[in-house]
Design a protein around this ligand. Sequence first.
Ligand code: CIR
Length: 273
Amino acid sequence: MFLAPRVLRGILDYAPQRAPRRLALVRIPATNLDEGLLTHLERRPVDHALADDQWDNYCAALVAEGWETVEVDAAPDLADSVFVEDAVVMFGDLAVITRPGAESRRPETEAVERAVRAIPGVTVASILAPGTLDGGDVLKVGSTVYVGASARTDAEGIRQLRALLAPHGYEVVAVPLTKALHLKSAVTALPDGTVIGDPERVDVPSLFPRFLPVHEPEGVAVVALSDESLLMSSAAPQTAAMLSNLGYRVVTVDISEFEKLEGCVTCLSVRVR
Ligand code: CIR
């Protein structure tokens, strides 16, 4: 049947629009969470029961803000598996399965890949050996993708990510990172694209076109829950007040047990939009 373009356009205008997808991948803490890797912090005892409660509250905060949580299969023996952000990075419908820089974390990606493959419409690409890349080193700001050249993410991993993303219209900007575990332990982005971070932990803050300094260590990490709301750690009250003054609705969660393991709010979930 031939339909004049004008008629066809009319039909498409009335076709039901796909509801915006707001999924958050999460992964329950491992039983050996307290054996998680440490690079910059001294080891402190982790309260497992409290960590479980904090993880429940973190998930509940996402749900309260309209996100549906999708649990990646538990990995009770993989101490750092709760930090699911390091195993996959989403670029719209493209999931890039990483190859974590720490060998002990490489087995984490298998179940994460299974979980993203089960999401309708998602296509999967992978960082391959010998390249390494941790999701925590990847900060998206519009079509710019900042990647920390850290102790976990190497030049080959950055090259592979650049090649994977170029056809999708993203520009990869690699930034030296010597003073923090991951790029997103030092800087994250507000919904308007302003990069907030700790100038002491970023090698070259001027690489970011709009940089707002933050002076609480746990204040650098924010998750943009929407264009108006942010999720952040309750351990950075001055930063929360500052962001609230900038017109954002700030939701805070206590994640002290994960912070002891150098985790932050961003790394406990992967948002799929
Ligand atoms: C690690 O060293 O790999 C974990 N203990 C912490 C990972 C935190 N991930 C992140 O900031 N993206």
